[in-house]
Design a protein around this ligand. Structure first.
Ligand code: AMP
Length: 434
């Protein structure tokens, strides 16, 4: 089917053509008619399904008629990156409408936001914290709001934004259309939906199903050789843009540095970066300056890089939903992609849960020629919690006599006490030496 059937305003239809969209995606098919009819909608859809256009097109269609220079549509998103992407999509699709859209989020100077709001916009794409700042300072007028969209509601809940959202909702006109999009439906979001949606139409796509264009593979490996395996995997694979997920910010940073050392154009994205550096990493990834981006789930949320060819889970995600969400970054809108997951024996339960959710076994692969037999370094033993220092109690002896002087290990002292096992003395020794 074609977009024509929606009877979008010609200025909006022109945006669809300019974006190169020919066939609506399933979420667009289901959501556009009820949103255009003014109904509240609960949309269960993950990133990569075309959900942004599913709400952006009807919003542009509606706002094309009516008052200009006042905020009539508000879209709330969990991260700055997602807010930027939504704003870009609206700007692109709505170019011919001349409707004005802007982003509102923290971590950047508030003055240009004041200025843009003062000059007048019809659409605001905001993150909750900074939006509340504007509301409390009276620098945004939401009294004429017609449509509210909460995007990635589950993520906003995970990030602790629910109280902020409720404070914002209390300041909005009651008479409005509300759209709520979420990849998953935890109880809190179900409750929120009941509270804020009136007689909603529920649309659902791809729930618990990643894009069909993605091929998945597991690479069983021991923890200590994950990085060499990853390097070998990258070496043997023809990749365009690779998004790598790690469990922690620290690991994202370190892996980014290791990849750079290995000669890759890589950047890492973690919550600790300043807004400028985040943006530089993202822009660099989008324009191909960086071929690899290493990120944590939170930092990568909402990243839309249509050309991502590979998603690599350096660490397996914590839930099957997070797995689907991560690999939704590749294989978007009819492009194909690969998702590789490095798994250790500790990940067995999560692998089973993911396979259950996908309703299919995941292929296990090995990298030919890679030496899987490299023993774990001694370091791992050293980092293990050391046993307690053996207590040497000589009757009447000086218990406080130091084992080393001025931080130096004792040289040529008496042999280790007979109670200490060889393993203990090795561990104690290495601890002292550090
Ligand atoms: P989203 O789920 O909104 O993040 O969209 C994912 C990607 O699909 C974006 O890069 C969109 O530009 C693209 N897209 C959205 N709708 C369509 C469509 N009907 N045909 C082709 N690409 C689309």
């Amino acid at each position: 089917m074609h977009f024509k059937k929606f009877n979008l305003h010609p200025h909006v239809a022109a945006g669809v053509t300019a974006a190169g969209y020919v066939t609506p995606t399933p979420i667009q098919d289901q959501a556009i008619p009820p949103v255009m009819a003014g109904r509240d909608v609960m949309g269960l859809a993950q990133t990569g399904t075309g959900k942004t256009a599913a709400f952006a097109l009807p919003i542009l269609h509606r706002l094309e008629q009516g008052e200009r220079g006042v905020v009539r549509a508000l879209i709330i998103a969990p991260t700055r990156e997602l807010a930027e992407q939504i704003n870009e999509a609206i700007t692109d699709l709505g170019r011919q409408t001349r409707l004005k859209s802007m982003t509102v989020y923290g971590g950047v100077n508030i003055n240009p936001q004041f200025e843009k709001l003062r000059r007048g916009v019809e659409i605001v794409v905001a993150c909750p914290g900074r939006l509340l700042d504007h509301i409390s300072q009276g620098t945004i007028d939401l009294s004429r709001l017609e449509i509210l969209v909460l995007d990635e509601a589950d993520q906003m809940f995970d990030m602790g934004f629910l109280p902020d959202i409720k404070r914002i909702l209390a300041k909005l006109p009651r008479q409005r259309q509300t759209l709520l999009f979420s990849a998953t439906m935890p109880t809190a979001i179900r409750g929120l939906a009941r509270e804020i949606l009136s007689d909603p139409v529920t649309v659902q796509v791809g729930h618990s199903a990643p894009p069909v264009t993605v091929s998945h593979a597991l690479y069983p490996v021991e923890q200590h050789i994950k990085t060499p395996l990853l390097l070998e995997l990258l070496h043997h694979t023809d990749t365009d843009s690779v998004l790598i997920f790690t469990r922690t910010k620290h690991r994202a940073k370190r892996l980014g540095e290791q990849l750079e050392k290995a000669g890759y154009k890589a950047a890492s994205l973690q919550g600790n970066l300043s807004q400028n550096r985040r943006q530089a990493a993202l822009d660099g990834f989008r324009d191909g300056t960086f071929q690899i981006l290493v990120a944590t789930d939170i930092a990568a949320r909402g990243i839309d890089v249509s050309l991502i060819s590979h998603v690599v889970n350096y660490d397996i995600p914590d839930t099957p939903e997070a797995y689907i969400h991560r690999i939704g970054r590749t294989g978007r809108a009819a492009k194909t992609g690969d998702a590789f997951t490095l798994v250790t024996s500790e990940d067995t339960t999560m692998v089973k849960a993911i396979e259950r959710t996908l309703n299919a076994p995941l292929e296990r692969r090995t990298v030919p020629g890679f030496d899987y037999a490299v023993p774990a370094p001694r370091k791992d033993v050293e980092f293990a919690r050391p046993p307690r220092e053996p207590q040497v109690r000589k009757p009447g002896g000086d218990k406080k006599k130091p084992a080393s002087v001025a931080g130096k290990p004792r040289q040529g002292g008496p042999a280790a006490p007979p109670t200490a096992t060889p393993a203990r003395s090795v561990t104690n020794h290495s601890r002292r030496a550090r």
